[in-house]
Design a protein around this ligand. Structure first.
Ligand SMILES: [Fe+2]
Ligand SMILES: [Fe+2]
Ligand SMILES: [Fe+2]
Length: 438
């Protein structure tokens, strides 16, 4: 089953597209916060430009702002009733920094995110977590608060003066006076506010992005996708290592089947990203033990479409987007969401389907142990017999069962270790009522 299609040996994907897609994925968790991070980034980048901030300092402000609430993914739903930003403002900031530190290129700005809710307090709040608070954090904090004041406004030109007054009144107290002065300057024309509320925020940010022309090669993309999987897995303890498990199974399958090195890496990336759309699904569904009812199932079925929606906006990775989003399709057309069948499902997608089912059956979950490999294989064989899964892919899985299962266990163990400090810090978050005690 060699893949004989002519091969390029690399692909290039824009770093801005990738970071922007991650920000979009986090926005879908809570539609009420739609584009909050992107609009905060617009304000922060505008402030930085006004203050003459350039080079790496500008890069860091832009990146920190567009991902500043990344640590809230495990909290949003559980704490929104408590208004988490008021009750527990620093927890999500610390969790965000912890995640960002896991990806070397993002480590540089993780501390800005850690401190993004520290108030200026007449210059008294100079330290946070035993480290100096960067001015960039004060800047992101101001941008964040302005965005919250403007959120959902449908007559922004009328209300802008009120927002300007409220921010000015907190100068010196919550916000650094120099930053407030810069804000008052840039927010004087109506165009600032109309840009802020524009539906074309992606284009506006693209123009302001420091790395708009930076592209990632395949290896860099794979490392960033691995970081995405960590973020996706940090959503819920219930499925906390699933993405890493699927990526690993799929990679070994692709290698053993004889895919090219390029396609094998693309399969790995698709594995890391396949459940990206689960960020848009309520934790109460993800963490519900047992069967979902019809209403819940129909909501759950949106997740692979959301994966497609987010990934298909990234230029240069259409194969990856399509393979990742097809992991619930079945060869007989009974899957979802596109009801692709037969030839419409290329090898990459077929591998993802098998890797996803195998991992879901064999991995341990907080409320149950994973199934033994032989029982799992019996289920996979049945799905081959009923025309749902690819027989050749499943037979390669059987041939290399011990190797693949061992690699899966090790990858999931590593993911668990990588997330251990995250969960340790997040334990002050109330458990979902749907997650049984372990
Ligand atoms: Fe925040
Ligand atoms: Fe925020
Ligand atoms: Fe899925």
């Amino acid at each position: 089953m060699m893949n004989e299609a002519p091969q390029q040996d690399n692909i290039h994907v824009s770093l801005f597209d990738m970071v922007n897609a991650l920000s979009t994925a986090l926005d879908i968790i809570n539609p009420a916060l739609d584009s909050h991070q992107k609009r905060t980034c617009f304000i922060a980048a505008s402030l930085a430009r006004e203050l003459g901030i350039e080079g790496e300092a500008y890069d860091d402000i832009f990146s920190a702002a567009i991902l500043h609430d990344i640590g809230a993914i495990a909290l949003w739903e559980r704490l929104q009733l408590l208004e988490f930003e008021d009750e527990s403002p620093h927890l999500h900031a610390r969790l965000g920094a912890l995640l960002l530190e896991r990806f070397e290129p993002f480590r540089r700005f993780s501390h800005i995110v850690r401190c993004h809710h520290v108030q200026w307090n007449h210059g008294k709040n100079t330290q946070f977590d035993d480290q100096p608070v960067p001015m960039a954090s004060h800047l992101v904090y101001l941008a964040d608060r302005i965005e919250v004041l403007a959120q959902g406004n449908d007559n922004i030109i009328m209300d802008a003066p009120v927002i300007r007054e409220r921010v000015a009144a907190l100068s010196g107290e919550h916000f650094h006076p120099d930053l407030v002065n810069a804000f008052l300057k840039i927010s004087s024309p109506e165009s600032f506010w109309l840009d802020l509320m524009s539906h074309k925020m992606n284009d506006i940010l693209m123009e302001m992005a420091p790395y708009k022309t930076v592209s990632l090669d395949l290896e860099q993309l794979a490392r960033l996708a691995r970081f995405y999987s960590l973020v996706i897995d940090s959503r819920s303890r219930f499925t906390a290592t699933h993405s890493a498990g699927v990526a690993t199974c799929a990679t070994v399958l692709a290698k053993r089947i004889g895919m090219s090195a390029l396609d094998t890496t693309k399969v790995k990336i698709a594995g890391y990203l396949h459940d990206l759309g689960k960020l848009g699904i309520s934790n109460s569904l993800i963490e519900k033990p047992g069967r979902l009812d019809t209403t819940e199932l129909s909501r759950m079925k949106t997740h692979s479409y959301l994966t497609f929606e987010i990934l298909s906006q990234i230029h240069g990775m259409s194969d990856i987007a399509s393979w990742a989003a097809s992991h619930h399709e079945r060869l007989d057309g009974s899957g979802y969401p596109f009801h692709k069948s037969g030839d419409q499902l290329p090898l990459g997608a077929r591998i993802l389907c098998v890797a996803d089912v195998f991992t879901a059956l064999t991995e341990d979950r907080p409320y149950r142990e994973g199934m033994g490999t032989e029982r799992a294989m019996a289920i996979l064989d049945e799905q081959v017999a009923t025309g749902k899964l690819d027989g050749q892919v499943v037979s390669v899985l059987r041939d290399c069962l011990d190797e693949i299962d061992q690699a899966r266990i090790e990858a999931q163990q590593k993911e668990e270790n990588d997330l251990a400090s995250f969960w340790e810090m997040a334990k002050e978050v109330p458990e979902s009522p749907f997650l049984p005690a372990t």
